[in-house]
Design a protein around this ligand. Structure first.
Ligand SMILES: [Zn+2]
Length: 467
C-alpha cells in the first residue's frame, strides 16, 4: 500500500496561498508556504491558521519568491516548523528582501489602519513581524539549479528553471515508496514560452504526477511586442493631460520588465521622455540584484544582448529610484506628468495605496493595471470598474481612468500550459492548482481534448494517495 500522498492547503480553486503538503513514509515536505490575498477580513482569517500542524513539517521547498508562495513562511517557522528551507540561490536572495518587506508592511499597515479607525475602536494585528521573518530566513538552504539534494530521507529533489521570475524553479521529486519510486513534479508558477526577461521553462521527463499551475487556463496573452506601443500611448496621454500615471506593480519582475521597456522606448525615441519614479524600497533592492546578477540566472538571450549593448537596462536619465518615505510623500505635491511605479501589484498594501488615495479622484490621472488582479483585491475592484472603492477603510470616488494591460504576464497562457503538459506527458495524473474555477475548467477541457488523462482539480484540504 502506498504511503505517499499529497494534500492541497491553498491555491486550490484560487490563485493565492500556495501550500501543498507531500507525505512520504519518512516525513512531510511542504511545497511553498504562500500568503492568501483578497478581502481583508477573509484573507486575515485564512492567513492565521494552517490546516496542518507547522511542527509536523520536516522540510520546505520554495518555488519562487512571490508573496503568494513564500509570504507565510514567517508564521510557519514561528508556529513550530524547524526544518530546512530549500530554494534556488536567486530565490533565497530575493526571499530575504521580500519577507523583511512583507513584515514591515504588515506592521505599518496595521498601525495606519488602527490609527484612522481609532474612534471606532477597530483594530487589526500584523500577521508577523521582522523577527519572525528573520527566524524563517535562518532556515534557508540555497541550492543550484539542476543539482540533486535530499530534503527528506528517500526523496531526491532537483530545481529546474521555471522561467517565471528570477530564481523561479520547477521542483522535481523522486520519491521512494517501499520497493517502488515515483516522480512528482510541481511547477510552481510557470513562465511563458516567449517571455521578456527569462528563458523558457525546462521540461522534465519521466514524470508520474504533475502539479501544474492554471492561472491563465482558457486565456491567451496578447503579444509582448504590443506592450511598448501601449505604454507609449499612455505616456503621451499623461503628457497631454499633465496627469499622473500610477502603475501598481509587483516589485519582482514586473517592475523590471516595465522599466526595461521604458528604457528601450526612450532610447529608441519611440516615446517622449517623462519623469519615472520607482517608489518601492523593495523594487529598488530587487532591481539592483537584477542588475548585479544578470549573468548568473536564467535570463533570455535577447535581453542579455540588449543589456550588454545598453550597459544599464534598468536605468536611464529620467528614472528616479525612491527609497525614503519622505521622498515618496513628496511625490504627492509634485505636478505631473509623471509615471509612478509602486507596489503592491494587486493594491493590497504598500506605498501604492497612498498614491491611489491621492490620485484616484482626479480625472486627468490614469491607473494602469499591469498584473493579475485576484478576486477580492482592490486592484480587481478597480479593474471591474467600481466607481467607489475603500482604501484604508475610507471611501474614495474613482475619477481617474482605469486601464489594464494583460500583456505583461509572467505566467504561461492556455496554449503554453497545454504545450507544457503535453511535452511532460505525466504517466499517472495531473493536478491543477493556482487557478480560479473557470480557468481550471477551461484548462481541464483543453488538456482532455489533447488526450491527457486523470486531470484533477483538487479542492481546498483534499488529499490524494500517490501510487
Ligand atoms: Zn509567481
Amino acid at each position: 500500500m502506498s504511503k505517499t500522498s499529497i494534500s492541497f492547503y491553498g491555491a486550490a480553486g484560487e490563485v493565492t496561498g500556495s501550500r501543498h503538503l507531500l507525505q512520504t513514509e519518512n516525513g512531510s515536505l511542504l511545497l511553498d508556504c504562500g500568503m492568501f490575498q483578497g478581502h481583508r477580513s477573509d484573507a486575515q482569517k485564512k492567513n492565521r491558521e494552517f490546516s496542518f500542524p507547522p511542527a509536523s513539517v520536516d522540510a520546505v521547498l520554495l518555488s519562487h519568491a512571490h508573496i503568494d508562495h513564500c509570504g507565510l513562511l514567517p508564521s510557519l517557522y514561528r508556529d513550530g516548523c524547524d526544518g530546512p528551507l530549500y530554494a534556488t540561490r536567486g530565490t533565497a536572495e530575493i526571499t530575504g528582501i521580500m519577507l523583511a518587506d512583507s513584515a514591515r508592511l504588515q506592521v505599518g499597515d496595521a498601525q495606519f489602519f488602527n490609527k484612522i479607525h481609532a474612534a471606532e475602536k477597530l483594530t487589526i494585528e500584523p500577521l508577523y513581524d521582522e523577527e519572525d521573518a528573520k527566524r524563517a530566513l535562518a532556515h534557508l538552504r540555497p541550492v543550484d539549479y539542476d543539482s540533486a539534494f535530499e530534503p527528506l530521507p528517500g526523496v531526491t529533489a532537483r530545481f529546474l528553471n521555471a522561467g517565471h521570475v528570477m530564481g523561479s524553479a520547477i521542483s522535481q521529486l523522486d520519491i521512494r515508496d517501499g520497493e517502488k519510486s515515483l516522480r512528482l513534479v510541481y511547477t510552481g508558477d510557470l513562465g511563458r514560452q516567449e517571455g521578456l526577461l527569462m528563458e523558457t521553462p525546462s521540461v522534465p521527463a519521466g514524470v508520474d504526477y504533475l502539479v501544474v499551475e492554471s492561472t491563465y487556463g482558457g486565456r491567451t496573452h496578447e503579444k509582448l511586442a504590443d506592450a511598448a506601443e501601449k505604454l507609449a500611448e499612455v505616456i503621451k496621454r499623461a503628457i497631454r493631460n499633465n496627469g499622473k500615471v500610477v502603475i501598481p506593480s509587483f516589485a519582482l519582475e514586473r517592475t523590471q520588465e516595465i522599466v526595461f521597456i521604458l528604457d528601450r522606448l526612450f532610447r529608441d525615441g519611440l516615446a517622449p521622455e517623462i519623469p519615472v519614479y520607482v517608489d518601492s524600497p523593495m523594487a529598488v533592492s530587487l532591481t539592483e540584484i537584477f542588475h548585479k546578477r544578470r549573468d548568473d540566472f536564467s535570463f533570455d538571450d535577447k535581453f542579455l544582448a540588449y543589456a550588454k549593448m545598453d550597459g544599464d537596462p534598468f536605468g536611464f536619465d529620467y528614472i528616479h529610484y525612491v527609497r525614503a518615505k519622505e521622498e515618496s510623500q513628496a511625490l504627492n505635491n509634485r505636478k505631473g506628468p509623471m509615471l509612478i511605479i509602486s507596489a503592491s501589484g494587486m493594491c493590497e498594501g504598500g506605498r501604492v495605496l497612498h498614491h491611489l488615495r491621492n490620485n484616484i479622484g482626479d480625472s486627468e490621472n490614469i491607473v494602469l493595471l499591469v498584473g493579475y488582479q485576484a478576486q477580492g483585491t482592490l486592484g480587481r475592484r478597480l479593474q471591474e470598474g467600481q466607481k467607489k472603492v475603500k482604501i484604508f477603510g475610507l471611501e474614495h470616488e474613482v475619477a481617474a481612468s482605469i486601464e489594464t494591460m494583460h500583456v505583461f504576464s509572467s505566467h504561461a497562457d492556455n496554449g503554453d500550459l497545454v504545450a507544457f503538459v503535453k511535452a511532460v506527458n505525466p504517466a499517472r495524473g495531473v493536478f491543477l492548482v493556482h487557478g480560479e474555477p473557470e480557468a481550471r475548467a477551461a484548462l481541464t477541457a483543453a488538456l482532455t481534448a489533447e488526450g491527457i488523462k486523470n486531470v484533477r482539480s483538487p479542492a481546498m484540504g483534499e488529499t490524494f494517495d500517490l501510487d
